[in-house]
Design a protein around this ligand. Structure first.
Ligand SMILES: *[C@@H]1O[C@H](CO)[C@@H](O)[C@H](O)[C@H]1NC(C)=O
Ligand SMILES: *[C@@H]1O[C@H](CO)[C@@H](O)[C@H](O)[C@H]1NC(C)=O
Ligand SMILES: *[C@@H]1O[C@H](CO)[C@@H](O)[C@H](O)[C@H]1NC(C)=O
Ligand SMILES: *[C@@H]1O[C@H](CO)[C@@H](O)[C@H](O)[C@H]1NC(C)=O
Length: 376
């Protein structure tokens, strides 16, 4: 009798283990969810939040990835030992100097990376942000600058920080309808994208894109609001007849347009990181309101955590950085993008940004297993 029941338990245990092993356990393949902190540099604005408040806000929101625009060494210092992954942006105005003189790249790394790395988890450096939009006359400096930053890091023995540059979707990619027909915009007399993708492929780096369904929705009146806001509705879809895929949200359409454009250049396996996305909670436009901003953020986070990926990218993008952590104080009647008010209080009902969802499911099963073993 006793032996028999022991046998039964091991059988149950065995089948549960089997079930467990069939469940998705690939937590690592879910896109990471991070946020951008951009300091206010305007002279007339109040001082920016102290570095400690940034850390506290990140921890309260359970956000583990931080992207810094114009990174201030004091902020990087405050993140030592926090386990928060850091994405640093080299400001656009430094791109041309860095392209022409490698010691300037080295000097930047000496002040922003060397004193803190690896105690601060710096993972990525973006050389400029939407540089091709801001300095179109200097586009030819972008690759030499990226190369100088990369070489300077290697010269210092740092191999694990990847170097890339970010683009904005609406200027970098041609029409995403349908996504499979998208290509990179040609810039006359410039050969940037091909060599850049080769560099990213050689160095295991990611393609970085600022991707705002909000902006595309506003540019294209035929796009229904619901598809931009992740709303399930019978009419909220766009079919791509070339690939036979049905798209239910604009975010996936835009991501797959990027993937198609890269594939056209012969580089479909380079990971994609969305360096900026969000929805303004206030501003002069009708659709810039906190109700829509909340729906967008919640829809996006739910979509990323579902592990559904996009039709062309099974594992989805590698990561997404929400724009942005705090509203800028005194933005006047301009748009506000923050998840938090300038004083740090939350603007929206609780949104769970932590990325442990799939693992939690498995923890549930392990608990069940233990309960079964103890009581049966
Ligand atoms: C940071 O992460 C490592 C492993 O990922 C873990 O061992 C450590 O406890 C974490 N530290 C903090 C402060 O969370
Ligand atoms: C490069 O920059 C360094 C440090 O800023 C400076 O000392 C040097 O003269 C510059 N070299 C050239 C060729 O401009
Ligand atoms: C890129 O990643 C692959 C697999 O993870 C690894 O084998 C290779 O050494 C990496 N290359 C570089 C340049 O880091
Ligand atoms: C923070 O600012 C928001 C918006 O201005 C306001 O509604 C809220 O009461 C403030 N919270 C605190 C604790 O001051």
């Amino acid at each position: 009798m006793f032996h028999h029941s022991t046998f039964m338990i091991s059988l149950t245990t065995f089948s549960l283990y089997l079930l467990l092993s069939l469940l998705p356990t690939t937590t690592t393949s879910l896109p990471t969810i991070g946020v951008t902190y951009s300091s206010t540099t305007r002279q007339d604005s109040p001082p920016p939040p102290s570095p400690d408040r940034i850390t506290t806000a990140m921890q309260n929101l359970k956000l583990t990835h931080l992207r810094l625009e114009e990174p201030d060494p004091s902020i990087i210092r405050s993140l030592l030992y926090t386990n928060i992954s850091l994405f640093l942006t080299i400001p656009n105005y430094l791109v041309t100097p860095i392209a022409t003189n490698r010691s300037i790249a080295r000097a930047w790394i000496y002040t922003h990376v060397l004193p803190f790395y690896p105690r601060a988890k710096i993972t990525t450096i973006s050389v400029g942000n939407a540089f091709t939009d801001v300095y179109p006359e200097s586009i030819n400096n972008l690759l030499p600058a990226i190369s100088n930053v990369h070489i300077s890091l290697r010269d210092l023995g740092i191999r694990k920080i990847s170097v890339s540059t970010s683009f904005s979707f609406v200027t970098a990619v041609t029409s995403p309808f349908p996504p499979s027909s998208a290509a990179f915009q040609e810039i006359p007399g410039v050969n940037l994208i091909g060599p850049l993708l080769q560099f990213l492929s050689d160095t295991n780096s990611s393609f970085l894109i600022n991707l705002y369904p909000y902006n595309l929705y506003r540019l294209r009146p035929e796009i229904p609001l619901g598809i931009a806001l992740f709303q399930e509705h019978p009419f909220n879809f766009r079919d791509d007849f070339t690939t036979g895929v049905r798209y239910k949200n604009l975010f996936d359409i835009m991501v797959d347009a990027v993937v198609s454009a890269m594939a056209l250049e012969g580089y479909e396996t380079i990971p994609v990181i969305v360096t900026e996305t969000g929805w303004p909670s206030s501003g002069s436009e009708l659709d810039a309101n906190s109700a829509y901003a909340e729906i967008y953020l919640k829809g996006l986070v739910k979509h990323l955590k579902s592990g559904a990926g996009t039709p062309l990218l099974k594992d989805g993008v590698k990561g997404v950085y929400l724009y942005e952590l705090f509203d800028k104080e005194g933005a006047g009647n301009g748009r506000n993008w923050g998840i938090l008010y300038p004083n740090g209080s939350t603007k929206y009902d609780k949104i769970d940004f932590s990325s442990g969802w799939k693992r939690l499911v498995n923890v549930g099963f392990i608990l069940l297993l233990i309960v079964l073993q103890v009581c049966c």
